[in-house]
Design a protein. Structure first.
Length: 330
């Protein structure tokens, strides 16, 4: 089969030459293993961190070894009582067209409830990130104002809709007019701001949030976050989810630059990694699936076709190429 390995570590923005395609022979499946055909590949911003040789919550990818990520696959052959041929599963798997995996590392998915690829998005890691970050750290109350950055992405569209379900006023920040229009028209956001064309973000936030900001769900960090935090309310909560504006930075990031605001307004800013909530994933999935079923939570994907396009789709995340979840269909 074919696989994609890390050829070299990026300096700053990753480039296509950091990846290499190669042929690999798969072993026979041993007891407890399955042979899989990989159908949908998730590309995610956190993978940029794993391309560096630095210690983090996930170990670095190794040079000349396949990149790993969330994958939806079909079981072709099973040597485990857990699965039969034809089952659809999700797992953390190598970027290969086919692969052998331990059955214990996979979860069966229900494709009658939602399309298979949703298990990489709204019913997978990004959806759970939105749910736990907002509900367990943000703790929204009806009538509060919630601002979300990276609002038109995989996590952001779910955060905004859950906040609406909780009765909040929701403002999204995203990088194009198409995205801001979609946030308002399809996802029910009250206001949306295009940070790329707005000259004065502080003013724009003030205008969109006349009662200040009670929850800021931060996916990006940097100047966008400074603008939001300058309007933060007393006892506001800031779930610190992502900092994509720094991921390709070659310098040590500065900030948060508005500590006086956080201090004088008794703000709670809490970072989190979705695996912190692993023991409660079933609760999260149950709520998300119920809202999807009831039509209260809708979803969007940018589906790129072709195994060979996986690296390009990943690079596109840093260029805002995706609306909703970026997925590659093999
Ligand atoms: P997205 O689907 O939101 O894709 C990334 C988006 O980020 C792009 O589409 C782009 O949209 C925006 N972006 C890219 N570069 C910049 C920049 N320099 N400044 C501002 N925005 C930028 O990704 P996810 O929804 O999967 O992830 C969102 C964030 O959440 C990421 O930071 C990710 O690392 C984090 N995350 C954290 C988890 C955790 O456990 N804490 C788990 C999952 C995700 P635009 O056009 O709007 O610029």
């Amino acid at each position: 089969t074919e696989q994609i390995v890390l050829a070299s570590r990026p300096k700053g923005l990753p480039v296509i030459d950091n990846f290499r395609f190669e042929a690999v022979e798969l072993p026979d499946i041993a007891e407890g293993e399955v042979l899989l055909e990989n159908l949908y590949f998730s590309v995610d911003p956190y993978m940029r961190g794993r391309m560096n040789d630095t210690k983090s919550y996930a170990p670095p990818f190794q040079i000349n070894e396949p990149i790993q990520g969330g994958v939806v696959a079909r079981v072709i052959n099973s040597n485990s009582p857990l699965f039969i041929a034809g089952d659809m599963v999700v797992g953390l798997l190598p970027w290969r067209k086919q692969t052998v995996a331990s059955a214990n590392s996979l979860q069966k998915i229900n494709t009658t409830l939602a399309p298979a690829s949703y298990y990489l998005g709204v019913l997978g890691m990004p959806g759970l990130t939105a749910y736990f970050g907002l509900m367990h750290i943000g703790k929204p109350k009806a009538g509060e104002t919630v601002v979300v950055s990276g609002a038109a992405g995989a996590v952001g569209v779910v955060v905004g809709q859950i906040a609406k379900i909780q009765g909040c006023r929701v403002i999204g920040i995203a990088g194009s007019d198409d995205k801001t229009a979609l946030l308002k028209e399809q996802f029910g956001f009250d206001e949306a701001i295009n940070y790329k064309t707005t000259a004065n973000m502080r003013e724009a936030i003030a205008e969109a949030c006349p009662n200040g900001v009670d929850i800021y769900f931060d996916n990006v960090g940097g100047p966008i976050s400074d603008a939001v935090i300058s309007h933060i309310n007393f006892h506001a909560r800031i779930p610190l989810c992502g900092q994509i504006s720094f991921y390709n930075s070659t310098e040590t990031p500065i900030g948060p630059r508005l500590q006086p605001m956080l201090l004088t307004r008794s703000v709670l800013m809490q970072g989190f990694i979705i695996s912190n909530f692993q023991s409660q994933f079933a609760e999260g999935i149950q709520h998300l699936a119920q809202w999807v079923k009831e039509g209260k939570l809708t979803y969007k994907e940018t589906i790129v076709k072709g195994f060979n396009e996986i690296p390009n789709a990943f690079l596109g995340l840093f260029n805002g190429d995706n609306t909703g979840k970026m997925i590659v269909q093999a």
